[in-house]
Design a protein around this ligand. Structure first.
Ligand SMILES: Nc1ncnc2c1ncn2[C@@H]1O[C@H](COP(=O)(O)OP(=O)(O)O)[C@@H](O)[C@H]1O
Ligand SMILES: [Mg+2]
Length: 310
C-alpha cells in the first residue's frame, strides 16, 4: 500500500476564546479517494481543513502531506493542496483566465499558459476565459473557484461545503465535475452537511461531531451495517394480530390491522430480498394489495449517530 497522501495524528485546536474546536483527530487519507467529512454546523470541519491548509495554527498534533510535515515543510506541503473555501471570495473585475493564472503564481509556479488552459478546459470554462467574474452565473463562479484551487496542479483538493446555497441542478453538475477530477487522479476531501452529497460521491465517510471524529468507514460498509430496508405491506383484509407463525419475524402491525411493516438490515435485503416474506405471507393465505420498500438513507443513519450523542 502506498503512503497516505494525508496523515493527521492527535490534532487539537483550541481557539483563543478557549473553545476546543478539535479534540484529538487521527485520520489518514488514501491517494485517489473521495473522502466526505460529515458533521453538523460547528463540528470543526472548517477548522480541520484550515489546519491542513495552514490557515489555522494547530494547538497540538502533527499533519503530514505526502510524508512532509505541514508545520516544518509548510511551503512544499501547501503546494500540493488546493482549497475551495466555504466563503466565496474572488476579484469580481478580473477575468477568468487571469484569476486562475494568478492563483498558480501564488504558489510560486512559473507562468504556464498550457496548464491554465488545461484547467479551464477541464472545468468547461475555456469559452469564458475572457469574461469578467462578475459577468458569470452562480454556477460558473463556483467553477472558477475550483479552477483557481486547481491552478497549481495540487494532488489533494479540499472542498469546504461545495454545495451550500447551490440549487439542485448546479449541485448535480458539481458532483459530476468532482467525480471527473477524481478520475484524473486528484484526491478529494469534501465537507458537507448534505448527506445526499456524501452518499452520491464518497468512497469513505468520516463523521465529526463536537471536535471528535466519531466514525470513519467505507460508505458501502456503513450503509450495509447501519442501513435498513423497510417494506410496507398493505393487506387486502385487516387482521387482528400478527399470526403466530410470524412470531419471530421482524414484523409490526398498524392499529387498523391493515398494514404490516417488515424491517431488515440493508445487508440482509441485499442477500435474500423480500422473497421469504412474500412466500410466507402466501403460505399463510394473507393476500396483500401493495408492497412498498424504503431504504434508509445515510441521512437517517447520520441523524441517529449524532443525535445519540447530543
Ligand atoms: N476564529 C475562531 N475563534 C473562535 N472560535 C471559532 C473560530 N472559528 C471557529 N470557531 C468555533 O469552533 C467551532 C468549530 O467551527 P468550524 O470549524 O467552523 O465548524 P464547521 O465548519 O464544522 O461548521 C465552532 O464552535 C466555532 O464557533
Ligand atoms: Mg464550516
Amino acid at each position: 500500500m502506498s503512503a497516505p497522501i494525508l496523515a493527521i495524528t492527535g490534532l487539537t485546536k483550541t481557539y483563543e476564546s478557549g473553545h476546543q474546536a478539535l479534540k484529538g483527530i487521527d485520520l489518514e487519507i488514501r491517494r485517489g479517494e473521495i473522502f466526505a467529512l460529515l458533521g453538523p454546523n460547528g463540528a470543526g470541519k472548517t477548522t480541520l481543513i484550515g489546519a491542513v491548509c495552514g490557515l489555522v495554527r494547530p494547538t497540538g498534533g502533527t499533519i503530514r502531506v505526502n510524508g512532509l510535515d505541514a508545520a516544518r515543510d509548510w511551503r512544499s506541503a501547501r503546494a500540493r493542496i488546493g482549497l475551495v473555501p466555504q466563503e466565496l471570495s474572488t476579484d469580481m473585475f478580473e477575468t477568468v483566465a487571469n484569476t486562475v493564472a494568478f492563483s498558480r503564481g501564488l504558489f510560486g509556479k512559473p507562468r504556464d499558459d498550457a496548464a491554465v488552459e488545461r484547467v479551464l478546459r477541464a472545468l468547461s470554462l475555456w469559452e469564458k476565459r475572457g469574461a469578467k467574474i462578475m459577468q458569470l452565473s452562480g454556477g460558473m463562479k463556483r467553477r472558477v473557484l475550483i479552477a483557481k484551487a486547481l491552478a497549481h496542479d495540487p494532488e489533494l483538493l479540499f472542498l469546504d461545503e461545495p454545495s451550500a446555497g447551490v440549487d439542485v441542478e448546479l449541485r448535480r453538475e458539481m458532483w459530476a465535475m468532482i467525480l471527473k477530477l477524481r478520475d484524473q487522479g486528484v484526491t478529494i476531501i469534501l465537507t458537507t452537511h448534505y448527506i445526499e452529497e456524501a452518499e452520491e460521491m464518497a468512497d469513505r465517510i468520516g463523521v465529526i461531531d463536537k471536535g471528535k471524529l466519531i466514525l470513519v468507514e467505507p460508505k458501502a460498509d456503513l450503509l450495509g451495517r447501519l442501513g435498513k430496508t423497510e417494506a410496507t405491506i398493505t393487506l387486502a383484509k385487516p387482521i387482528e394480530a400478527i399470526p403466530a407463525q410470524f412470531a419471530d419475524w421482524p414484523l409490526a402491525i398498524s392499529d387498523d390491522g391493515l398494514t404490516l411493516t417488515y424491517t431488515i438490515t440493508a445487508a440482509e435485503a441485499e442477500q435474500r430480498g423480500l422473497a421469504p416474506l412474500v412466500k410466507a405471507l402466501d403460505a399463510a393465505g394473507m393476500d396483500f394489495k401493495a408492497l412498498d420498500t424504503h431504504r434508509s438513507s445515510l441521512e437517517d443513519i447520520f441523524v441517529d449517530l449524532v443525535e445519540g450523542r447530543a
